[in-house]
Design a protein around this ligand. Sequence first.
Ligand SMILES: Cc1cc2nc3c(=O)[nH]c(=O)nc-3n(C[C@H](O)[C@H](O)[C@H](O)COP(=O)(O)OP(=O)(O)OC[C@H]3O[C@@H](n4cnc5c(N)ncnc54)[C@H](O)[C@@H]3O)c2cc1C
Length: 174
Amino acid sequence: MKRIGVIGSGIAGVTTAYSLAKRGHKVTLIDARRYPAMATSYANGGQLSASNAETWNTTKNLFNGIKWMFQKDAPLLFNPTPNVNKYKWMLGFLAATFSGKHKSNTLKTIDMAKKAREHYFKIADDEKIEFNLLKKGLLHIYDNESELQAAREKKLSAVFIRNQMQAGIFINSV
Ligand SMILES: Cc1cc2nc3c(=O)[nH]c(=O)nc-3n(C[C@H](O)[C@H](O)[C@H](O)COP(=O)(O)OP(=O)(O)OC[C@H]3O[C@@H](n4cnc5c(N)ncnc54)[C@H](O)[C@@H]3O)c2cc1C
């Protein structure tokens, strides 16, 4: 048995601490805030939609981010006030966007999200946690033809790349 400290009590920290404790370690969960899960894990959408795990690093999202800064009802707002950590994060985001790995990273993220979801279900089963879980899939609604078409093409290209990867002929440039 080891004594292990986990920093951050959002979903990542709590589930990590849980798994370590299950393995018999003595775990201390540390957070800067007064209560657990008071940051990003506090009020998210509650979706367990692993197949919706597309990475955000696209040029389209860069342009959307800039456009949304001037839109009152934007789905996502970026506060441009100076902050060293924020600018470091932005540089990382830009580097990832132009790394050419969006598709392969998305597929890896989906695989990881599917495995994580199985762990999540198992924890809920083992600990008998009731949380109105629905397994009915996710409905995407597009309000214009071009967005719908782009989504269809994205789905087709994801299936194509996955088939290539499974056949062992995956090309690194995607
Ligand atoms: C609006 C919104 C909607 C979302 N909807 C969904 C959804 O429907 N489905 C989904 O799967 N995901 C969703 N997400 C994403 C999801 O909420 C996050 O990916 C997830 O909560 C991140 O968890 P985390 O544990 O990594 O980080 P956090 O929950 O942010 O936890 C990090 C913790 O670390 C602590 N901390 C940070 N620095 C320190 C330090 N130096 N010392 C001590 N403690 C520290 C913080 O206080 C915090 O408690 C959504 C996110 C947002 C913003």
